[in-house]
Write a protein that binds this ligand. Sequence first.
Ligand SMILES: [Zn+2]
Length: 73
Amino acid sequence: MICIVCREAYTTQSLTSIQFERDEFRAMVKKIPAQVCPACGESYLEEGIAEELLKRVQDIMAEGEMDVVLEYR
Ligand SMILES: [Zn+2]
């Protein structure tokens, strides 16, 4: 699809990293499959993946971890 942020390029299937932050809590999730814009770097997650990620991060937060790095699988 065409990038809706810069409208200058078509996104390509790639892997991206996302950082979640809430107060003291930080989670970096790596290797998430996404559509990435080669021009501006914006990444677009599929809806199912975004939901699953949020759930996993919330579980980690509930366990009391403050700073985690994980890989999406
Ligand atoms: Zn773009």
